[in-house]
Design a protein around this ligand. Sequence first.
Ligand code: PEP
Ligand code: MG
Length: 753
Amino acid sequence: MPSMIHRLQRIVQEVNRAPDIDSALVLITESLTVDLNADACTIFLAKKDDPDVMVLQACNGLNPDIIGKVELRKGEGLIGTIAARAEVFNLVDAPSHKTFLPVPESGETNFPVLLGVPVIAHRDVLGVISVQRAKNAFNEDEEAFLTTLAAQLATSIERAESQGRFSVQKATHTIKGVAGAPGMAIGEAMVLNRGVKLESVPDKKTGDIEAELHGFREAVRKVCDELTELAETMRAFMPEEECALFLAYAQMLSGGSLIDDTEKGIKAGNWAPSSWRDTIEQHAYVFEQMEDSYLAERANDIRDLGLRVLRKLMLEQSPYLDFPEKTILVGDEVTVTDLADVPADCLSGIVSAHGSSSSHVAILAHALGIPAVMGVPNLPVKQLDGVKLVVDGYSGSAFINPNRSILREYSRYLEEEAVIEQDLSGLKNVPAVTTDRHLVSLMVNTGLMSDYTPSLRSGAEGVGLYRTEFPFQVRDRFPSEEEQYLIYKNVLETFQGKPVVLRTLDVGGDKPLSYFPITEANPFLGWRGVRITLDHPEIFITQVRAMIRANIGINNLEILLPMISGKTELDESLVLIKRARDEIEEESGEKILLPKIGAMIEVPSAVYQIEDICKLVDFVSIGTNDLTQYLLAVDRNNENVADLYSSLHPAVLKAMQQIVQGAARSNTPVSVCGELAGDPLGVMALLGMGIDTLSMSVGSLLRAKKVIISFSQVELTDLLQQALAMSDAFAIRQMYATRLDERGLGGLIRAGK
Ligand code: PEP
Ligand code: MG
């Protein structure tokens, strides 16, 4: 008998492979009847339009005519009670239970022993799975098995349901994620291929079957040649059996069913990548089914081979030379580098299955003024290529195949937004002063991509945060001192006369470097930011030297240190910065002043050491993105917990207040450079705290200014006191939003006026 984990895996895999929800449900009922030695199995699922009603969707061992006909409200009958209570029922005599309702013609009275478990995903009861027997109670192991399976299947069922429903290509479909970057767009979806994963290859038709076949054969031939060559070279280092694997791969590509099946798919009008994907999936599945673990492992070889050919196909075909005029980038995980692929004038919106508002891609979208919806569970990525989409980056929703009324509504919103933008553009040269004359300094965050024109035109008073990571991420090695020197000189010169805060390298976490791989179980708690650069002084010194050299004759540089978690890291960083300065002084024979140095306050321990930190630096800058993540223990990129992520959480507000008060004791200036600084509601809270320097995406600057000139500091101080007395983030957001609405500024945070 295969172990429980294998049986579970097998069922989940089968369900994930099923072409649609109905076949998935049939598979589950059949497998469970066998695996649990049951006489019958039923699955009820909640109705989409009325989730309080459960409908019988599949059954095995009972009269199949009742499928789709039995409906039970939550709380009604045994099944409805399991759904309402979200609990497992294990009964030896179901008909004698007080909630039992007989279903005539089902035949279930023959099977009084019943085990029923709710299927729950994201707190919603999606349905109930139950198994029944004529006799013999279900034991503890069986109960544990079904409960575990239901928990695992919940996500699969959720996905199968959403994709199944969506397969009606022309129907309007609403998807909900989190608000990634504000704004709206109407455009055409383009599914990304950069990540090159088999499962994210989109379905697509080809208009030129011959060309597609030719491209496929070429890709296969090239991979075959590479594999044969690889086997030859590896012979010197590897045992013969390992080298044989490459030859076996090559063999599989030189004819046979992998090739024939794919060509059949192409001849049926599909483009090569999806045809290849389907063939690989089917073949891998056959191996996975095998109980022999050695043979089951071969599924991985097939997938590995599949990926090799896919990469060739994707890299050598350029199917997207024609970008739709209004391109909405769609992907499982849209990345910062993906954005660089789309010409700036075509990029209109982003929809990503993973990530949240503080993912770096959302931050960049914000800077570019592109609306983004992030973290959409079960996004049917494969089916979206070329489909019309409406993206609402304010509410974090999008509409697939929007109907006429949605299009009309959003066209009107876009017109209204254009009016708001027009109104805002008149604020460029207006000082950011509250109605009771408190001046606020507005700076821009930049560096992810280096187009400084919008920042210069926005009326910003300088660069409050230059993220230096991007030039490191787009190369295949560390940039040299000279390369960095030119990049930094460019930004310092562009903003001459205004402060430019260059942050030292903050890679690790969700900002990997392809040429410096770090594998960690918890990257955000791991080797990141200053922790890496202190361990690699050669990287740190090179960067700081480039910064200080670039500053010669311009003198607007300030250096910011990321991820400072305590005084020691600061001490060590300062020693290295001074060393770099001394070296340059010696080399140039000129007196070089040390630039102002600041620390990011984004790790909770730094909040509690704020006074010690302030003694060592010229300024501090609060990184609300990470501070929120670390204080609330909520991964900033994880859509499963995105609802819990809020920089207006009372704990985050209290921590920030502590920073402001601690820094005030030494008169150390405090600025904020996380996303909260550009959120109109965040601006209200931060001003209430007495913070007067905000650095944000350029796209947020005029909106922030509009908020500043519309309120008095006295009013905002009072609002902050009310916020601090509240116990949850949602209520705080509501309170600020209501006040913004009352001022007629609701259009700054949502679609429409
Ligand atoms: C922050 O954490 O708030 C911040 C500004 O830095 P980053 O988003 O680059 O981590
Ligand atoms: Mg940070």
